[in-house]
Design a protein around this ligand. Sequence first.
Ligand SMILES: Cc1cc2nc3c(=O)[nH]c(=O)nc-3n(C[C@H](O)[C@H](O)[C@H](O)COP(=O)(O)OP(=O)(O)OC[C@H]3O[C@@H](n4cnc5c(N)ncnc54)[C@H](O)[C@@H]3O)c2cc1C
Length: 391
Amino acid sequence: MLGLLLARAGVDVTVMEKHADFLRDFRGDTVHASTLRLLDELGLQNQFAELPYRLIDSVQFRVEGAQVDVDFGRLPGAHKNMALVPQWDLLEMLSTAAEAEPSFRLLRDTEVVGVIRSADRVTGVTYRDENGQTREMPAALTVACDGRSSTLRAAAGLIPHGFGSPMDVWWFRLPRRADDPPGLAGVLNAGRAAITIDRGDYYQIAYIIPKGSDAQLRAAGIGALRRNLVSMVPSLVDRVDALTSFDDVKLLDVQVNRLRRWYCDGLLCIGDAAHAMSPVGGVGINLAVADAVAAARILARPLRAGRVSTRHLLLVQLRRWVPTAILQALQRTIHANIISIAVASDDVDGENRTPPAGLKLVNRLPLLRRLAGYLVAMGPLPEHAPKYARR
Ligand SMILES: Cc1cc2nc3c(=O)[nH]c(=O)nc-3n(C[C@H](O)[C@H](O)[C@H](O)COP(=O)(O)OP(=O)(O)OC[C@H]3O[C@@H](n4cnc5c(N)ncnc54)[C@H](O)[C@@H]3O)c2cc1C
């Protein structure tokens, strides 16, 4: 997104992606109303309409027997829903739009391995090209958008503060029939939790396990996973056998962390490289996109003039710190008050369990339900496309 916007401002941009293609199992398919509005502003609504997305206007969670609905129906603006779209399609769409700009270049199969410096300033990157050759590329500004395990962040000596997480996620697929319930649903019940994401002819399933318990739970066998899943989502009983072994189940490490300073001279971190997000609320990719938009708005002019300073990088952090801190605080509250209690429990029969009081309140008060919908779908301080990038 940042590459596209800067290229539309006439800035020379090179995006390096270590993989040869985008066809990988990404974490997260949720494109919220804030991002849908942005795609409209960028004139990409027709391209988006061609993707295999599914629109949903509410999300249902069942927590210890209580139903919680997050409702998007009262959102401001044209998009009163959330789109579930495979991330590889979205990224291909964005890179195709960016490649239409003469000053944009995407280098696939190109892994950044370090930074180059001149005195204390980062002046570019070292990278491994598609032939395995190590090369250097100088840059007026280097942006680390390489995710939670950011190589660039580490090379620049920036260390995030970790907030901990009570969970990891098992990520796998099961077949979905045309008459199955559409959209996204979550169940948290009696020490177990799972989220089913409708991807058309299959469900992407996020199955929540206690942090660090992967090896121990794998040792219990695939049958235990199948049984636990069916106990939460009984309708999967006729297809859970499609899960034949743990080779089909990927472990996703959940982290929540944040850099105190998102930049140093010559380098800026955005997205998970600046602040790794938990899957809670499905907000991480939308927040990363919003960071990119704010960065493009603040940096395009100084980049064109060849005068980017640490003051401009500070302005990006100042703009995006508040929304990030609010959403991470909400994620951590849900971790502490719902998920950590659930996954630590051995009360698997659920006899002594009651829904958390806060959730009951959300369900009773429509205003709180709408606020939850707004925070998830728009986020605090949603960003608009800069004028120069609109089509
Ligand atoms: C289990 C789980 C589920 C989640 N579910 C959701 C969800 O449903 N919705 C949501 O919005 N968020 C979700 N999130 C959060 C979301 O995944 C992140 O917040 C989001 O992906 C951050 O985007 P990013 O672009 O900063 O980083 P990433 O999406 O991690 O992208 C980083 C990119 O950089 C590339 N890269 C990495 N290192 C290098 C290198 N050295 N050189 C070149 N390229 C490199 C990678 O290949 C990748 O393409 C989830 C997180 C977890 C852990």
